[in-house]
Design a protein around this ligand. Sequence first.
Ligand code: ADP
Length: 162
Amino acid sequence: MTAIYPGSFDPMTCGHLDIIKRAAKFSDRLIVAVLNNAAKTPLFTVEERMGMLREAMEAEGLKNAEVDSFSGLLVDYARSRDVYLLIRGLRAVTDFEYEFQLALTNRMLDPGLETLFISTSTEYLFIASSVVREIAQAGGDISKMAPDYVCERLRRKFNEHI
Ligand code: ADP
């Protein structure tokens, strides 16, 4: 079965990569879909976020995973790709309420769509893109939180503003 793992990935972290690797094991094809949200001002452009994901997935040798982007409703995107399985990652209980609401809303919009939750690995429990961005901006060590090339892109991004 083909699955979609949607998210902002601004930027991707080791937590995201862990979910991608695990989801790619049981799905025939995994589409990692970067949300192009006009209402938010992301740190990285959609193209930059897709590039980092591609690099990470290539380095892991994931042959059945690909990167795409979408804007608008996830249900419309899923339908356009003919996919009926969504993957989301769950960290602490704090993720649950938001993720549960999202899953139920998506199923209300399209009853054929199922959301499958993968629980985080304990070492990534507290890793979030926002935290990685903040630590990088303050010049802290993020080497255990994001793949090397993502750390490098973050360093470059923040140096641009100095
Ligand atoms: P969104 O803005 O859609 O929440 P994110 O890029 O923040 O997008 O996250 C995409 C998905 O990955 C979400 O389901 C989120 O809960 C999950 N996720 C993020 N970080 C981790 C992590 N460290 N471990 C497991 N899942 C994670």
